[in-house]
Design a protein around this ligand. Structure first.
Ligand SMILES: Cc1cc2nc3c(=O)[nH]c(=O)nc-3n(C[C@H](O)[C@H](O)[C@H](O)COP(=O)(O)OP(=O)(O)OC[C@H]3O[C@@H](n4cnc5c(N)ncnc54)[C@H](O)[C@@H]3O)c2cc1C
Length: 198
């Protein structure tokens, strides 16, 4: 459906998916009754929405990521390297898998704590940026580990399990919902109370 004054320009990501779009509103007028949060309050509404997105909004992805790490542990048990040694018998691989599993549990604990805090107040606070930053960088570590486990076969695995595609896509996680440096600024200024950056 085309709406007057609204132009949608689809954007294809580096993994070839038409996942994003830019939406332009030219001279679009909205009835006053449809204003969310009151006139002139857009920044506060946007910040509140983003805090939900950065915090509990990624819960589904957290559950999927934790399951994926379990799947990787199984791959480590089943797969052997060129010398016929089980991947999981490589101490470095085992340590990376264990760390990822522990970090998924830590992220889940952070999310549960955030849900508890949100139950006591009307909107989420700046600590949602900690969850977003930690979760995004953890996603990248896990997806990198998966491609490392596949070894040379990994780079060709764009169709099958799509682990290479997921690894490429993980680069978006430190951009979407606010780039990682923005999250660090929020954590520094609003969680830790450090002086404002210039
Ligand atoms: C997969 C994906 C899905 C998305 N989905 C949506 C969506 O559904 N809806 C939507 O509206 N948008 C969506 N976006 C857009 C997303 O919100 C923005 O891309 C994101 O907020 C970053 O903004 P930007 O692209 O303008 O980059 P910028 O914020 O301009 O950042 C550019 C670079 O400059 C750095 N930078 C910027 N400011 C500072 C600073 N103050 N200090 C230090 N470094 C800084 C950043 O870290 C980054 O490296 C999506 C993006 C992706 C990748």
């Amino acid at each position: 459906m085309r709406l007057p004054g609204v132009t949608v320009r689809p954007i294809t990501t580096m993994t070839g998916e038409p996942e994003l779009a830019e939406v332009f509103y030219d001279d679009v007028r909205i009835p006053l009754a449809n204003v969310v949060g009151g006139l002139g309050d857009g920044w506060s509404v946007a910040m509140s929405t983003l805090s939900f997105e950065r915090g509990t909004g990624f819960m589904k992805d957290q559950v999927e990521l934790a399951r994926f790490v379990d799947e990787l542990v199984e791959v480590g048990r089943d797969r052997t390297d060129r010398r016929g040694r089980r991947l999981l018998d490589d101490e470095a691989v085992a340590a990376r898998l264990a760390t990822c599993r522990a970090e998924c549990a830590a992220l889940r604990a952070m999310t549960l704590a955030e849900i508890g805090r949100n139950a006591q107040r009307s909107q989420p606070g700046p600590e949602s940026s900690m969850m977003r930053l930690f979760g995004a960088e953890l996603t990248q570590r896990v997806r990198m580990l998966a491609v490392d486990l596949l070894g040379d076969d990994g780079l060709a695995d764009t169709a099958g399990r799509g682990w290479t595609t997921q690894w490429l896509h993980s680069y978006a996680s430190t951009i979407a919902a606010g780039a990682k440096d923005i999250q660090r600024n929020i954590i520094g200024e609003r969680v830790l109370g450090l002086p404002k950056g210039r």
